[in-house]
Design a protein around this ligand. Structure first.
Ligand code: SF4
Length: 99
């Protein structure tokens, strides 16, 4: 069976979309329950969003003035943040590792 490049690309885009959709927008990984990033906003639906989402990676500052490096969530999964027990990515990692 021949796999077309565009089918492969569609598959990867769907996987990426599924991964993004796991996020509950709880804002916890962005400090919502502790010291939030200055770019974190709460929407009318009570879900959080980043006001520079597509350009978020790099050095950022919290409300209290702490500097930190914003990275993809995959790079945070071995760390801890306030209320991280809510995060589906953390739960998925725990299930995958069976810990
Ligand atoms: S802690 Fe997890 S679910 Fe909550 S905003 Fe961050 S990535 Fe999304």
């Amino acid at each position: 069976m021949k796999v077309e490049f565009k089918d492969c690309q569609k598959h990867l885009e769907k996987k990426e979309e599924d991964w993004e959709n796991l996020c509950l927008r709880c804002g916890a990984c962005c400090g919502a329950y502790d010291d939030p990033c200055l770019h974190l906003r709460k929407g009318k639906n009570n879900k959080f969003y980043c006001n520079i989402y597509h350009n978020r990676f790099g050095i950022r500052k919290t409300v209290r003035g702490e500097l930190f490096r914003c990275v993809p969530i995959k790079q945070l999964l071995n760390t801890h943040w306030e209320e991280d027990r809510r995060c589906p990515y953390k739960k998925l990692q725990t299930q995958t590792l069976n810990i």
